[in-house]
Design a protein around this ligand. Structure first.
Ligand code: CDT
Length: 312
């Protein structure tokens, strides 16, 4: 048996601060057209795919901040993506900054949606693991103010039965946390799709760029293997107004092996035929959760956040 989803991982090159959302959407439509020629069922776009990675800048004025956020989805600018999905019979995953009123409060989330082949939003995820810091830090070469701009996501790690499989989402830094994949693994996830914006260098300490790419891959590959799921990781890459983001877009099989990877730092589509039935081997054997997991010994994982070493 095979249950195939042909996936396009649509890396985006840089989006400069001055570039409009319309221009970004046009670039995404071009990638959708390429994906259509390759008969993709699903195309995956990066985190915050409509704009530059604005959390690197400190802004204080409310209007200046809120211009980076979407108040509805679809909206006038993103509607062409939904129209193309319907016309091409192709689902998509899109990351964007979301502004919403909840219980009388304005909330801002780093959000991603999953849209099916009819152009209908079937799932929404709001980023849980917000990296960086909440206040301007002078000693940094560049800022990473996600904790300043975004609220911690309140959707949890859900999965959706859509496009012939069980699909889940997470966003960027979430990919580094094993809990992210395991919560979806416990819901039978067969494909995790995610976008990221990862600076090529650390803003605070010296770190080998090679190591940063290795660690990004290590997390996605182990998440795939340990939960026997496909993982599709898609970068926004290249130099945004002098700030470098690494690429490394890749598609990882349930074995943990990379089956396709981007070559450059620009707009680039990579495609893989992902057989969801390849998840079965791991789910029925090594990572047969029902047979082998021992949750009675995992309580600390949900009871505490920080590490507490024994007293000296
Ligand atoms: N966007 C995002 O989550 N980026 C982080 C880098 C954070 S460095 C403070 C990542 O994990 O790739």
């Amino acid at each position: 048996m095979s249950r195939m989803i042909t996936v396009g991982a649509a890396q985006l090159g840089p989006i400069q601060k001055a570039e409009s959302r319309t221009s970004a959407v046009n670039r995404m439509i071009q990638l959708m057209e390429q994906a259509r020629r390759k008969q993709c069922d699903l195309i995956v776009f990066p985190e915050l795919a409509l704009t530059t990675f604005f959390p690197r800048y400190l802004m204080k004025d409310r209007d200046e901040i809120e211009q980076w956020f979407e108040r509805s989805m679809p909206n006038e600018v993103t509607q062409p993506l939904f129209d193309a999905a319907r016309e091409f019979g192709m689902g998509f995953h899109l990351g964007y900054a979301e502004l919403v009123e909840e219980q009388g409060e304005t909330r801002r989330y780093n959000t991603a949606i999953l849209v099916d082949k009819s152009g209908t939003i079937v799932g929404k995820y709001r980023k849980v693991h917000l990296p960086g810091h909440a206040e301007y830090e002078d000693e940094r070469r560049f800022q990473h103010l996600e904790k300043y701009y975004f609220d911690v996501g309140n959707t949890g790690f859900n999965v959706w039965r859509t496009m012939g499989g069980v699909l889940g989402m997470c966003i960027c830094n979430d990919r580094r946390w094993p809990e992210t994949y395991r919560v979806m693994g416990l819901q039978g996830v067969e494909m995790v799709v995610l976008g990221y914006n990862t600076p090529s260098t650390n803003g605070k300490v010296e770190q080998d760029p090679h190591l940063r790419m290795f660690q990004s891959r290590l997390c996605m590959q182990s998440g795939a293997y340990q939960n026997s799921t496909w993982v599709v990781g898609v970068a926004k890459a290249g130099t945004e107004d002098g700030h470098q983001l690494f690429g490394g877009t890749c598609i990882v099989a349930p074995t943990g092996e990379i089956v396709a990877q981007a070559q450059g730092l620009g707009d680039e589509l990579i495609v893989a035929d992902c057989d969801l039935d390849l998840c079965l081997e791991g789910k029925e054997n090594m990572f047969n959760f029902t047979a082998h997991r021992r949750p009675e010994y995992y309580q600390l994982i949900t009871e505490q956040a920080g590490a507490v070493p024994p007293e000296e």
